[in-house]
Ligand binder design. Structure first.
Ligand code: URA
Length: 210
C-alpha cells in the first residue's frame, strides 16, 4: 500500500474547522467537498492520459486528455456521498458507482447493503471515497469487492485515518496496487472505534442522526 498525506496549509486549516464540534452542518458539508478536491488533486496524479493535437488561436500544439476507460469513482454510502461533489468537480467525466456499507455497532463489522457498479472494472483506475478510515473494515471490504470485480488499481481517498486502520489496509493488501490518500493520520481509536481526536461521526455531521 502506498500512503499519501499531502502537506498543505489549506488542508490543515480546513481540517481544523471540520474537527470543531461547533462547526454548523452547512459549513461542515462545504469543507468536506473542499478538502476532497484538494485530496483528489494529489490522488489523481497517476491518471492515465494520452497525447492529442490542439489548435490554439495562435498555433497548433500537442496536449493531453484523460485516456479511456475513464476512472471510476465509488463513494461508500452514506458519508462518502459528501465527498462526491468535490471529486467530480475535478473529474467531471468520471463514471460513478455506489457501495452502501454499514458498520454493526456491536461487532464493528461492515456489511454491504447496496452495490451499483459497472460490469467491467479491469483497466480502470478506481477511487473509493470514505471520509473516515477508522478500523479499516469498510475500506477493506469495498476495495476487496472492486478487486473481485476485476479492478487492478484502487485509490482510497479519506479525510482522516487512524494508524490501526492504515496498518490493517497495508497488511490486507500487501500484494495489491492500493494507494491511500488521507488529509491527516490521527492518534488512534477510542473504545467505540471512533478516530481520536477525529471529528465525530462524519455521516451524522453531514446528514444528521437518522
Ligand atoms: N466513522 C466516523 O464517522 N467517525 C469515526 O471516528 C470513525 C468511523
Amino acid at each position: 500500500m502506498r500512503l499519501i498525506t499531502p502537506e498543505h496549509p489549506l488542508i490543515k486549516h480546513k481540517l481544523t474547522i471540520l474537527r470543531d464540534e461547533n462547526t454548523p452542518q452547512p459549513v461542515f458539508r462545504q469543507l468536506v467537498e473542499e478538502l476532497m478536491t484538494l485530496l483528489a488533486y494529489e490522488g489523481t496524479r497517476d491518471v492515465a492520459v494520452e497525447s492529442v493535437p490542439v489548435t490554439t488561436p495562435v498555433a497548433s500544439t500537442t496536449g493531453v486528455r484523460l485516456s479511456e476507460p475513464l476512472p471510476l469513482v465509488v463513494p461508500i454510502l452514506r458519508a462518502g456521498l459528501g465527498m462526491l461533489e468535490g471529486m467530480t468537480r475535478l473529474l467531471p467525466t468520471a463514471e460513478v458507482g455506489f457501495l452502501g456499507m454499514v458498520r454493526d455497532e456491536q461487532t464493528l463489522q461492515p456489511t454491504t447493503y447496496a452495490k451499483r457498479l459497472p460490469e467491467e472494472l479491469s483497466d480502470r483506475l478506481c477511487f473509493v471515497l470514505d471520509p473516515m478510515l477508522a478500523t479499516g473494515g469498510s475500506i477493506i471490504g469495498a476495495i476487496d469487492y472492486l478487486f473481485e470485480r476485476g479492478a487492478q488499481r484502487v485509490t482510497a481517498i479519506c479525510i482522516l485515518a487512524a494508524p490501526q486502520g492504515l496498518e490493517a489496509v497495508r497488511e490486507h493488501f500487501a500484494d495489491r496496487d492500493v494507494t491511500v490518500v488521507v488529509g491527516a493520520v490521527d492518534e488512534g481509536l477510542n473504545d467505540r472505534s471512533y478516530i481520536v481526536p477525529g471529528l465525530g461521526d462524519a455521516g451524522d455531521r453531514l446528514y444528521g442522526t437518522i
